[in-house]
Design a protein around this ligand. Sequence first.
Ligand SMILES: *Cc1c(COP(=O)(O)O)cnc(C)c1O
Length: 425
Amino acid sequence: MTRSELLFEEAVKVIPGGVNSPVRAFGSVGATPRFIKKATGAYLYDEDGKKYIDYIGSWGPMILGHGQEEVLESVLESCRDGLSFGAATAREVEMAKLVCELIPSVEMVRMVNSGTEAVMSAIRLARGYTRRNKIIKFTGCYHGHSDGLLVKAGSGVMTAGVPDSLGVSAGCTQDTLSADYNNLESVKEHFIRCGEEIAAVIVEPVAANMGVVSPAPGFLEGLRSICDDYGALLIFDEVITGFRLGIDGAQGYYNVTPDLTTFGKIIGGGMPVGAYGGRREVMELVSPAGGVYQAGTLSGNPVAMAAGMAQLTILKDHPEYYQNLNESADRFFQNIQKILKKANLPFQVNHVGSLGCIYFTEQKVTDYESAKTSDTKQFAEYWRAMLDQGIYLAPSQFEAIFLSLAHTEAVQRETLEIIEKYFLH
Ligand SMILES: *Cc1c(COP(=O)(O)O)cnc(C)c1O
């Protein structure tokens, strides 16, 4: 037995399913989770000493690679001053200024501790601001695990075989309307029926929790104009895309301005951080400035802010990093496409910048329905073969892989050779 297998045996006795977040259990690919001991650059090392090229990057935060020196230094220095004060700090002001500077649509921002919390709070704020109750979300988009958003969600929920979740009351989801990604008609239908009751439309501007689905030309613009017509707020959930597609996120990449934006993942540099922000007039409704209550004992935690600030500052100071990352990711995913073509496999390679995936289906994937045509058994076989060869991919057909600046040409080449060997065997 390997150490990971032993640890998993122990884990399932004391942690539900042996993990603290479902996708880590490797359930949908039929494998035992690898217990990770450490990581540097593009590599993970498990408890058995095996080395992997990491294509998850903690689900996005590690855009600079693991163990970036300046980020680490900043965190260690901050630790010495104290781990938490539960009081205002200068660094929070700096962080808020930086986020407002980097994301033009964000005039004010509130820090929280996770993406889930950011989205939950942004929805509450949208309801408070519009004095309306209903929201629209897209099937296959994931916005964290708050009750009202566990409706036709993607990610782990998509493969867990649980349509929604036990324990979520019908009352909690009665105001959540589902529409189809890339289908403006499905959004309009809701607005025609009950437009005066809709507080907000929330969308992943690039859907990255059902694999990776890019917004069709005009889709995000269409959402913007429908929301304007009906006085509803447009919320971009940029927990994945924020600071990834570019320093100004998907809203900069596609040039569409939301009213509110949620952040997570990259913004914390690997520490538990989320944030939501947007137009001043809306944000001023957040307590204690306004009547929408939202709080957090550890929100704006100094050590977490140190990590996030350090990472965002590096990204801001090096605009060329995004160009390099996006170009190198383009080549990487194009090369995968070439391998599949050479192997006469009609599978789809979807990618936007450094986010991407292979769908094991002949159909073009543009929404949840088409994503679901993928052969998840074939995916699982491919995934296990990759893991054996030291390539650590997202353990589900419906999760993205994330490239980082540490995925150099050489690292990518090594990966592509292994992928090629698998498909052309
Ligand atoms: C990961 C994710 C969330 C939830 O963030 P947590 O930090 O896991 O709570 C919300 N929205 C999107 C788009 C995500 O990818």
